[in-house]
Design a protein around this ligand. Structure first.
Ligand code: PGA
Length: 253
């Protein structure tokens, strides 16, 4: 794993790695250290392409017998509205395929918002209560959208937002269309942890790789703090890190 630099930028630890593989190594090793120290950690997890290599490393770590995730509890950031948990494109299916099943995490210890609840507002409140009942999230993994979103907190989301239903930005639906057979199949709304929900985690690790994220990363770290770039609110957190590859860091000055 090659680390190019470690610095602090506007209160955020910024780790620039040689490439996406090195960034995944760095994030996975941090998570492994945490799980060795506290096997019962409460983890906040993300979907998307960026964390896939982190999950692959966690699976290898568990399969080799070196470590275990069996005692952890997980809360995912978000879920599409209208997709049943067993829908092939739901985020629950993503998590089972990439992590939960291979590391032997019992389903009862894994949590995702219920995107098919009859009462989405009540389901959102239940999700907040379930997180609070564990004592809160110890370690939160985030990706970042090209528009600066974290979870599905699109630009315009308030600092104080909690878990709720949100409409997906057109750019987000287009970016996620690659996971679906056609644009029409991409859900138009989702249920997501809010920005305040995310900021309550003890430790936050945002991972970004590729040139496509460079502008969102630089504006989050070096633009103004506010709803225009929801990831900028991470600068208000006491223990937030951005783990980047060189490409995603290329807009930093
Ligand atoms: P990606 O998504 O990892 O698939 O780029 C990140 C995000 O939209 O939060």
């Amino acid at each position: 794993m090659t680390i190019v630099s470690k610095q602090t930028c506007n209160g955020v630890h910024v780790v620039i790695c040689e490439d996406a593989a090195a960034a995944a190594d760095y994030v996975a090793q941090g998570l492994q250290t945490r799980l060795r120290e506290t096997p019962t950690s409460v983890l906040g997890l993300a979907t998307g392409s960026t964390p896939e290599p982190v999950y692959a490393r966690m699976v290898a770590w568990c399969e080799s017998g070196e470590g275990s995730m069996r005692d952890a509890t997980t809360f995912n950031l978000d879920e599409y509205c209208g997709l049943r948990p067993d829908h092939p494109k739901s985020y629950r299916t993503y998590m089972h395929e990439r992590l939960f099943d291979a590391v032997g995490l019992p389903e009862s210890q894994t949590n995702l918002p219920n995107g098919v609840a009859a009462d989405i507002a009540a389901a959102a409140q239940d999700y907040e209560s379930a997180i609070a009942a564990t004592g809160g999230i110890d370690w939160q993994l985030l990706g970042i959208g090209g528009n600066g979103h974290i979870g599905f907190n699109e630009p315009g989301s308030s600092r104080n937002s909690r878990t709720r239903e949100v409409q997906l930005a057109a750019a987000t639906r287009e970016a996620n269309a690659r996971f679906f057979d056609s644009m029409e199949e991409v859900p138009t709304s989702a249920i997501t942890m809010g920005i305040d929900t995310i900021l309550r985690a003890d430790c936050i690790v945002l991972m970004a790789t590729s040139f496509g994220k460079a502008e969102a990363v630089s504006s989050a770290l070096q633009g103004s703090v506010g709803s225009t770039n929801p990831a900028s609110f991470l600068r208000e957190h006491a223990n937030a890190s951005f783990v980047l590859d060189r490409e995603a860091a290329s807009g930093l000055v």
